[in-house]
Design a protein around this ligand. Structure first.
Ligand code: KG4
Ligand code: ZN
Length: 342
């Protein structure tokens, strides 16, 4: 591996996005993602279909990433892939591909934890400030909601997490009640911009420590809407914006209550957000506002690095390689890969 310039191929296939990226040192040369529209009609990700689509997409996506970056397979110094957590049938496609390529090219590989990668996306060089250690990262995706203390790129401690649904699930499940297609998070975001966040009040949980709970919100929205529809069958249609804004406001309040608490208790004021839900425009602007009020230095990922992508896998791979944490051919995908190695 050349020390001056390190070219990494990142591969992500944990859920329903097949993605490949080329990272040169800490700069992204390409980041190509094939999203799977097939799941929309089922209202959620169908694992068997996701796996099949990854098999179809992986070679064209890697090819496109190489071409876009103007590099060839010979230029690759390191292969980084998502080992887990995620859907088993999806993870095995990326893992098997990475292992074969590593063998064929005789190049080292590193196995990346998907949630670590969401956090480490902040270290992609975009010419903007990067968080200083230790920092707190609120990681909010379709499968996870965590408050993480990041001590270094390879030392992260989970301080709190959801006890039921993830924040992304809260968006998607309530969006489904409103009749939006899957994934509904971006639809709530869009309609919330035109609505009144205080129009309706939904239940907020009382959870200990730095944990979260979102399952009560879904139930509260469902019962409220059922009741209103009896009085007015057009209730959802007529109140789409206010409902979206109020749901989003409730989710953000639940998140920020714990975020403020963790910052106050730890004294850490370097605050980042990561994961698919960090694409939410309400969350992004609220973090800016809170940051100004509470003297936080806030870090918001570039939009394309919020939802699943291989650029974040490549940068996470760089840190693993720097720490000599290479994988060998015995590695396998792990749908429940633990956040901290025991
Ligand atoms: O990180 P991600 O792409 O995949 C997982 O690792 O889960 O996150 C996907 C989640 C979905 O629940 C999706 O609805 C949510 O991120 N999401 C959003 C927005 N964009 C994506 N939620 C709210 N507002 C958005 N703009
Ligand atoms: Zn993700």
């Amino acid at each position: 591996m050349s020390q001056q310039s390190l070219v990494i191929l990142g591969i992500e296939s944990s859920c329903d996005d097949t993605s490949a990226a080329i990272l040169k040192n800490d700069t992204i040369l390409s980041n190509v993602t094939a999203s799977q529209a097939i799941h929309e009609q089922y209202g959620g990700v169908v694992p068997e279909l996701a796996s099949r689509a990854h098999q179809q997409n992986i070679i064209p996506v890697v090819d496109a990433a190489l071409k876009k970056a103007s590099v060839t397979l010979k230029d690759i110094d390191l292969i980084a892939f998502t080992q887990g957590p995620g859907l088993m049938g999806s993870l095995v496609v990326g893992t098997a591909f990475a292992k074969s390529l590593s063998l064929a090219l005789n190049k080292p590989m590193v196995a990346v934890h998907h949630m670590h990668a969401h956090i480490l996306a902040h270290f992609i060089n975009e010419g903007t400030p990067i968080p200083k250690f230790p920092f707190i990262c609120l990681t909010v995706s379709g499968g996870h909601t965590q408050l993480v203390r990041v001590n270094s790129p390879v030392e992260m401690i989970v301080l709190g997490s959801t006890i039921d649904d993830a924040a992304g699930e809260a968006f998607d499940k309530t969006a489904k009640i409103l009749g939006f297609p899957y994934p509904g998070g971006p639809f709530i975001d869009r309609f919330a911009k035109e609505g009144n966040p205080k129009a309706f009040t939904f239940s907020k949980p009382q959870v200990g420590g730095y944990n979260f709970s979102f399952s009560g919100l879904k139930t509260s929205v469902l019962y409220f809407i059922r009741k209103e529809i009896v009085k007015n069958p057009h209730f959802i249609e007529e109140n789409k914006a206010d409902l979206s804004a109020s749901i989003q406001d409730t989710i953000l309040e639940i998140l920020f209550k714990q975020l403020r608490k963790v910052s106050k208790d730890t004294g850490i004021t370097e605050i980042a957000i990561a994961g698919g839900v960090s694409a939410n425009s309400g969350l992004r602007s609220k973090l800016q506002e809170e940051g100004e009020k509470l003297n936080w230095n806030v870090y918001i990922p570039k939009f394309e690095y919020c939802t699943d992508n291989a650029a974040m896998i490549a940068i996470a791979g760089k840190f693993l390689a720097e720490n000599q944490q290479f994988a060998d051919q015995n590695i396998s995908a792990n749908a429940r890969l633990p956040f901290v190695k025991s």
